[in-house]
Ligand binder design. Structure first.
Ligand SMILES: [Zn+2]
Length: 715
């Protein structure tokens, strides 16, 4: 019998051990919802959102700041660092006190036991207390003392809907827990014991007394000096809960819910950029431009270091909640540098190739420059710097819409939802939409591809030499007609580009230094256009303000090695031919050797085709027309074999204006439509005609008997 009893004892003991080993769930606080918390790269709090159960409960931390830890242990559980989860001395003391006073005055619970209680949320009965003690010893085996303290700090109630030390420090003192004073740490150490006291008038007196008793214990124990103790007594209790910091509002809105996110935003830069954008945006608001967004990226890492989804949230207006930095908007001219770099990389152009800038009608698409002028012929780098639309369209036609469309996708633009043909040549003039975040990233990738060596870049393949020429072209910032330079302080060196969408709805400016890329968008989130809203005027100043906030850096994109050197015609920018008089040796990508040789120099004379010449001459007095050209005149409108529709104009006038360029000033032209004379022109060769629908032949004859003919169809 004795042996059997021993067996029973052993079996019972074994069962108890098994029960003890398995009594804790894997995650004590499973299913508890947390606040969304977003921190800067340095760990500063940018903003937070309340947890799904309406509590301010920050995601748990693994450590507890030392002042709070010291105060808490001194107040709740003086033998915390030594006991195995249960403190027999404290239990005996509690029993004695409770018997003496006839009711429960002290629980004798250790911090470890309180962690168990917080995770179970049961009533406080003697049995529950026993269960807590049982499990507390097991918890001690699983976690370090510091970890147990952290579990307590993360889950203790601090009054109202404030749970956990982090949220309490911010809500009551407006600071992270690491920065609390001794008086503040002591207040929070005693608060979970009577969490409702902080909101009640009489409870506050008691709370103050408790805090001060704890402070005096800390003094006795040698944790604080007399001086600290005396000044701590002077500190008041916290008042109404404070609002949490709210920076990078839209970024925080978009952050993963219910977790703590360490972002790449740089705290001081974020605050300064928000302020700079606010100043510019508030000034523009008076002109009807309500919204502004900005993104700053580090080119070396590709990370976003400042993010303003929309400016000036406190300014009452519809649309301020919209995160426009990541909303698709019409791109205007902001994509032009990618075409220049792509065409250069592919050998379609050289850095300064002349591009046509003449009226053209491509299947009903008649691009205009911003100033509604034509310049005849413009060097490609200048066309980019001046953001001329017509040469860009000619370049895109040469490079290929499909190819450029593929480039944009490879650069990370996710907004090209239609096939390439849907956008056509308008793709380069804002026909597609883009997000400020993605466009800034694409620009940053350009710089990244040229300064980054770790291979982390977009799928876009472009050479170093073309990129360098692109930055050089974009460095030309001297455009006083578009940007009021008096509004901007000192201007740092940057490669930059602006864009304005159709109907003045979107103003863009993107600036690049070797280290950073800054993207700014201005307009109305609701979509309304504002006359005069241009990228340079509305977005440019904010972009330069942000540039001036960045660490001073005078370095410039280094001219890369590689490529080849070849002779280039200075006037045309093409590979030099045998007749080109002025030649320069240029560093070019290898693909340049496949590009076209100068077509404009014949026998020493620089000769443009008549239409280009017609628009080129007024801007280039040095241009001398050739004496014996093959072609003296050319139709500007319509183009060869064009299909045209006749617009119905106001005032009863009908028809289209047909135009011819003639090299010789003062020439007289006779116009024949389908063999019948219909008019005569001298200085300006334009004639309004309204031919019936169908196919027609139009011929002009000049006073020397030269002729030009065009066939066209009226739809
Ligand atoms: Zn030439």
């Amino acid at each position: 019998m004795r042996i059997k009893r021993n067996h029973i004892v052993i079996a019972a003991g074994f069962l108890l051990l098994l029960l003890w080993l398995c009594c804790l769930p894997k995650n004590l606080f499973r299913g508890v919802p947390y606040s969304t918390v977003v921190e800067s790269a340095e760990g500063e709090l940018l903003g937070a959102r309340i947890a799904s159960d309406g509590q301010w409960r920050f995601p748990p931390c693994d450590t507890v700041p030392s002042r709070f830890a010291t105060a808490l242990v001194q107040f709740e559980d003086r033998h915390f660092w030594w006991h195995p989860g249960v403190d027999p001395g404290a239990v005996l003391r509690a029993l004695r006190d409770n018997v003496r006073y006839g009711h429960v005055v002290s629980g004798g619970s250790t911090i470890t036991m309180q962690v168990i209680r917080l995770s179970r949320g049961r009533e406080r009965t003697l049995w529950q207390k026993f269960v807590e003690a049982f499990k507390a010893t097991r918890l001690e085996l699983r976690y370090s003392k510091r970890r147990i303290l952290a579990l307590y700090a993360s889950n203790a109630p601090f009054g109202g809907n404030v749970v956990g030390l982090d949220a309490a420090a911010w809500r009551y003192f407006g600071r992270p827990p690491e920065e609390l004073s001794w008086a503040e740490a002591a207040t929070l150490a005693v608060l979970p014991n009577a969490p409702s006291a902080i909101h009640m008038g009489r409870g506050r007196e008691e709370l103050m007394a408790k805090r001060n008793r704890l402070l005096s214990r800390l003094l006795e124990h040698g944790d604080i000096t007399l001086e600290t103790y005396e000044s701590a007594l002077e500190e008041p209790l916290p008042g109404e809960p404070l609002p949490l910091p709210s920076y990078a509002f839209h970024f925080v809105e978009g952050a993963p819910k219910g977790v703590r996110t360490r972002s790449s935003l740089i705290f001081h830069l974020q605050l300064a950029v928000e302020e700079a954008v606010r100043r510019r945006s508030d000034a523009l608001a008076a002109e009807g431009v309500a919204d502004m967004a900005a993104v700053v990226m580090d080119n070396a890492t590709g990370e976003v270091v400042a993010y303003v989804g929309n400016s000036s949230l406190e300014r009452e207006r519809p649309g301020r909640q919209v995160d426009i930095a990541s909303a698709p908007r019409s791109t205007g001219s902001i994509l032009k540098p990618f075409l220049y770099a792509g065409a250069l990389s592919a050998g379609v152009i050289l850095p300064r190739t002349l591009l046509p800038d003449v009226p053209v009608n491509l299947g009903g698409f008649a691009p205009q420059n911003f100033d509604r002028q034509f310049y005849g012929a413009v060097h490609s780098d200048e066309a980019l710097a001046r953001s001329l639309n017509v040469p860009s369209v000619f370049l895109l036609r040469k490079y290929g819409v499909e190819r450029f469309y593929g480039d944009l996708k490879a650069l990370g633009l996710t907004t090209l939802t239609q096939p390439a043909g849907h956008y056509g040549l308008a793709l380069i003039l804002g026909g597609a939409e883009g997000r400020l975040t993605e466009i800034t990233a694409a620009y940053s990738g350009l710089v990244g591809a040229s300064v980054r060596k770790n291979g982390q870049k977009s799928g876009w393949e472009v050479g170093q030499v073309p990129l360098w020429y692109t930055f050089e072209a974009l460095k030309e910032v001297n455009r006083p007609d578009q940007l009021d330079w008096r509004l901007i302080g000192s201007v740092r060196k940057a490669a930059w580009k602006t864009g304005t969408s159709y109907g003045f709805r979107d103003a863009w400016a993107v600036g690049m230094t070797p280290r950073y890329t800054i993207g700014v968008w201005a307009g109305n989130a609701e979509g309304a256009g504002v006359p005069g809203l241009t990228g340079a005027r509305a977005a440019g100043p904010a972009m330069f303000d942000i540039l001036n906030l960045l660490p001073a850096d005078d370095s410039w994109f280094p001219q890369p090695d590689g490529g080849i050197f070849a002779d280039v015609c200075v006037q045309s920018g093409h590979l030099a031919g045998p007749d080109c008089p002025e030649i320069v040796s240029m560093q070019l990508p290898e693909s340049a050797l496949e590009s076209e040789t100068c077509p404009y120099h014949h026998g020493g004379a620089f000769t443009l085709p008549p239409t280009m010449e017609w628009y080129y001459r007024p801007h280039h007095p040095e241009y001398t027309p050739p004496r014996a050209a093959e072609k003296v005149m050319e139709f500007i409108y319509p183009g060869p074999a064009a299909a045209i529709t006749l617009p119905h104009l106001s005032g009863g006038e009908e028809g289209a204006v047909f135009r011819v360029a003639h090299r010789r000033q003062g020439a007289t032209l006779w116009w024949h439509l389908d063999g019948t004379i219909v008019g005569e022109t001298t200085l300006v060769h334009s004639l309004r005609l309204a031919p019936a629908p169908g196919r027609h032949v139009l011929t002009v004859v000049d006073d020397e008997g030269e002729t030009a003919t065009v066939t066209f169809t009226v739809l």
